[in-house]
Ligand binder design. Structure first.
Ligand code: MF3
Ligand code: CO
Length: 251
């Protein structure tokens, strides 16, 4: 997939895809409680997405079997919802969702605490979100991709965390995954020069322990190799000549 520059019309459609996804995430966040299965989260998520006239982009994507990726504790991303996986107080849960509105995608992830969680879990969730905001300080026309990646990676490292290297953010538009790939660590090359009209899904995945991850036998679920907690935070971002516009975070 090439890097695409979106027209004004495409940007309007992506803004609507983003606005709807933000509502979906807000509603899912409010619904979370101990005793809920990860399957119920997926059911609610798909229902919400379709109620706004959108299609869940993850469902059947490369064979992924659900609409919402639900990743608990040491699961990094791409956890598969299951009736058997029940949330309990003290868990942290990453919810990743994508919607298609009139052919255009938005993609966003949040990590939530279930009830009261450890101080180290709270810190991880907060710093992972902060990593995103460090990165987008550089998300501006004329800057290079490596400035975003480096800012994210340095911020996480300075707090002693492991930055997942095996998965990256990505361009997004009429496809869920477009160029460029957006690493969350310092790169030696500058990467692409940012231009207005690019839309990027920037998504730090941060571990309390090392950066190493493994894939479970379901071929989807990514877990930390050392079983440490992991958090994920993602928004779809529009590059402009000034501050970036966060399409999946209006408030
Ligand atoms: N936000 C994730 C990504 O950008 C979710 C896609 S995984 C899927 O890779 F296969 F489940 F869709
Ligand atoms: Co993504």
């Amino acid at each position: 997939m090439p890097i695409t520059i979106k027209s004004a019309r495409e940007i309007e459609l992506m803004k609507e895809a983003g606005r709807i996804l933000e509502i979906v995430h807000d509603e899912l966040g409010k619904a979370l409680k101990p005793g809920m299965s990860t399957y119920e989260i997926d059911r609610l998520g798909e229902e919400l997405i379709r109620s706004y006239g959108c299609v869940p982009s993850f469902l059947n994507y490369n064979g992924y079997p659900a609409s919402i990726c639900v990743s608990v504790n040491e699961e990094v991303v791409h956890g598969i919802p299951s009736r058997k996986r029940i949330l309990k107080e003290g868990d942290i849960v990453g919810l990743d969702a994508g919607v298609i509105y009139k052919g255009y995608h938005s993609d966003a992830a949040r990590t939530h605490a279930i009830g009261s969680v450890s101080q180290e879990a709270q810190d991880l969730i907060r710093v992972t979100r902060e990593c995103f905001f460090e990165g987008i300080k550089y998300a501006k026309e004329g800057n290079y991709l490596y400035e975003i990646s480096g800012a994210i990676g340095r911020y996480a490292k300075s707090r002693g965390y492991g930055v997942v290297r095996d998965l990256c953010g990505h361009g997004i538009g009429a496809n869920l995954h477009e160029a460029p790939e957006i690493p969350n660590y310092e790169m030696n090359r500058k990467g692409v020069k940012l231009r207005r009209g690019m839309t990027l899904a920037i998504e730090p995945m941060i571990n309390i322990g090392t950066d190493e991850v493994e894939w479970l036998d379901d071929d989807w679920t990514v877990v930390t190799a050392d079983d440490s907690l992991s958090a994920h935070y993602e928004n779809t971002v529009l590059i402009t000549e000034g501050d970036p516009v966060l399409l999946t975070l209006s408030k």
